[in-house]
Structures are given as C-alpha cells and as structure tokens.
Ligand binder design. Structure first.
Ligand SMILES: Nc1nc2c(c(=O)[nH]1)N[C@H]1C(S)=C(S)[C@@H](COP(=O)(O)O)O[C@H]1N2
Ligand SMILES: [Mo]
Length: 316
C-alpha cells in the first residue's frame, strides 16, 4: 500500500520504522559488496542510507556543487516541469521497493534484476565518480555507481545488438504529471553500443555518498557526462538491446530540436538558444559569469574517438 505523506512533513518527522527499514535494506546490500569500509563524509540527508565508495580516477578535481542545489533544482518531468516540482513531489509518491530492471532484446542472457542483484553485479570498489554535468546550467556531482559496461557484459549481447533503448518508470499513480502530454510516456532514451560501453557511462545508485534522492532518479539511473542532461534517464525499468537506432522522448516531441546523439557541443546551437555557455549552479551571484561550455563537456580526451569521422553538426 502506498502511504502518502503530507507535503510539508520534514524528513525528521517520517516514521522511524520506515527509515529504519529503508536503511537496513540498503546497508545489507552495501555490506554485501564490501563498500562500508573507509567512509568519512558527513550525511547530507539524515534519513538517506549511506552508499559510499572509493573515488574513480575518472573523477574531476573540481569542487562539487552543493547537495542542496543539485537536489532542489531538478528536471524530472513525470513530476512536473518546474525545477522544484520533483523534489516536492517525488519523495512523497515514488515507491522504490520492490524495483525491477528488465534487461532483454538482443542478448543471450536476458534477465530481471532486482536492486540488490544490480548492486552486487560489479565487484569494483571505485564507485565514486565526481563528474561535470551540463545543460543550460551545469554542476559537479559525486555520483556513486559503476560502468554500465559491467551489466552489458553480464547479459552477453548478440551480434545484432547495435543500440540500447532505456525505458523509465511511467506509473500515473506515482507520477502526477503523466496526465500531461509534455512528453510521450514512458520517457525513453538511447545510446549506441560503444557509447553505452564507455567507462564514463554509469549505472548510478547514489550521490554524495548516499542513495539517490527520489527526485534525482532513484533507485537507479544513467549518467552520461559528455552528453546533455536529458540523456541521463532516471528511474530505469528496462534496458533493451536493439538493432535499429531507437527514437528517444525528446526527439519524438521536437525532432527539429533534438537529435539522437546530443553530445555537449558549444558550436551547435539549439534552434531556440545558444549552447556556447553555461551557468554553474551556485555561481549565480551578481558578479558570476557564465562559463564557456567545453566540447564533450571537457571529456573529449576520453570520448572524441567514438565520433571520429562523423559530422557532429549533422549528427547532433
Ligand atoms: N525519467 C526521466 N529522466 C530524466 C528526465 C525526465 O524528465 N524523466 N529529465 C532529464 C533531464 S532534461 C535532465 S537535465 C536530467 C536532470 O538530472 P538531475 O536533475 O538529477 O541532474 O535528468 C534527465 N532524465
Ligand atoms: Mo534537461
């Protein structure tokens, strides 16, 4: 049964039993993969379960954006199109247990994963990836997860698998904005196989040393840091391996504005705005300048070879 909580109930008022159960669940999973050693960061949200890990060498040295900004200025259209709709609404209605991620299509070992299976799938300890993310605004977020490549290996794609199609939860009982037609639901996204297998493409379960807040795509989402934010699909329920290039939700809603690749590219403008600069969350004071946006969001050294020979103005 879905227990609704009043809008203005502070986290400290949520029934201790519920917190206890939630925490126990995750701690068991986390302990099972040996991640509890070496924690140290202070809790951002006292009710959230810890999900620590060692830093990946792919992490940037840039200062993380304050937790509060990253969790309160959010896009998750299933809960509304205002930045503060998801943080207000998702924690009240989005149910995280039980959760199933179906992985199927062109694979030899299709599988239904529950969250604990997913957490245990990759044995690596380096799970913290401090990465830049960019949209019209930008942020630096210490994500907790592991490369999607680990899951891809586990299901053994066939020779016909050329793309992955990601589908996210669409349940009108949990997501108030599904009654609007701002996008076609469920929200879908796509990656080419080599993009999906890149070590910077993450299956993500947490941030700032804790499980993902509901509004940031709990319990499991993608992070693809060299692409615009919308490629990083939240609250994943299905990954299908396919032969043909999938059409994602944004392409479907505005084909002249959004392409398949959506690589961060300051030289290609969105038809309605320039993409040459970005505003870093937390730097919006009177004197703060917009930053120049970097090709591939600064990850060119790692990812540019994926697009060798492609005209990125045509394949935007
Ligand atoms: N399911 C789903 N995933 C989604 C979205 C969405 O509306 N629904 N919005 C996307 C967009 S437009 C952005 S910018 C990022 C924002 O993620 P963040 O707020 O956690 O940084 O999530 C992406 N993933
Ligand atoms: Mo976005």
């Amino acid at each position: 049964m879905l227990i609704r909580q009043p809008a203005d109930l502070p986290p400290s008022e949520i029934t201790p039993e519920r917190i206890w159960r939630q925490r126990r669940h995750w701690v068991q999973a986390v302990a099972a993969v040996g991640l509890l050693a070496g924690t140290g960061a202070r809790a951002q949200n006292p009710t959230a379960a810890r999900l620590p890990g060692r830093p990946s060498p792919l992490s940037t040295m840039e200062k993380p954006t304050p937790y509060k900004l990253v969790t309160e200025y959010v896009n998750f259209y299933e809960f509304g199109t205002e930045k503060d709709d998801p943080p207000r609404l998702a924690p009240r209605t989005l149910r995280l247990r039980p959760w199933t991620l179906v992985v199927d299509g062109e694979v030899r070992k299709p599988r239904r994963f529950d969250l604990e299976d997913l957490l245990k799938l990759a044995a690596m300890e380096e799970r913290v990836y401090r990465l830049r993310c960019v949209e019209a605004w930008s942020a630096v977020v210490p994500w907790v997860g592991y490369p999607l490549a680990e899951l891809i290996k586990a299901v053994e794609p066939t020779g016909n698998a050329r793309y992955l199609e990601f589908t996210t939860l669409a349940d009108p009982q949990q997501m108030p904005n599904l009654r609007s037609s701002v996008l076609k639901w469920p929200y879908t996204e796509g990656l080419r196989m080599d993009e999906a297998q890149h070590p910077l493409t993450l299956l993500t379960f947490g941030m700032y040393g804790e499980v993902l807040p509901h509004q940031n795509g709990a319990p499991v989402r993608l992070v693809v840091p060299w692409k615009y934010g919308f490629k990083s699909a939240k609250s994943l329920v299905r990954i299908r391996f396919v032969e043909k290039q999938p059409v994602n939700s944004w392409q479907q809603s505005a084909p002249n504005e959004y392409g398949f690749f959506s690589n961060v590219n300051p030289t290609v403008d969105h038809p309605r705005w320039s993409q040459a600069t970005e505003r870093r969350l937390g730097e919006d004071g009177l004197l703060a300048r917009r930053r120049p946006t970097l090709m591939f969001n600064g990850y060119g050294e790692q990812v540019a070879s994926l697009y060798a020979g492609m005209d990125l103005r045509k394949f935007y």
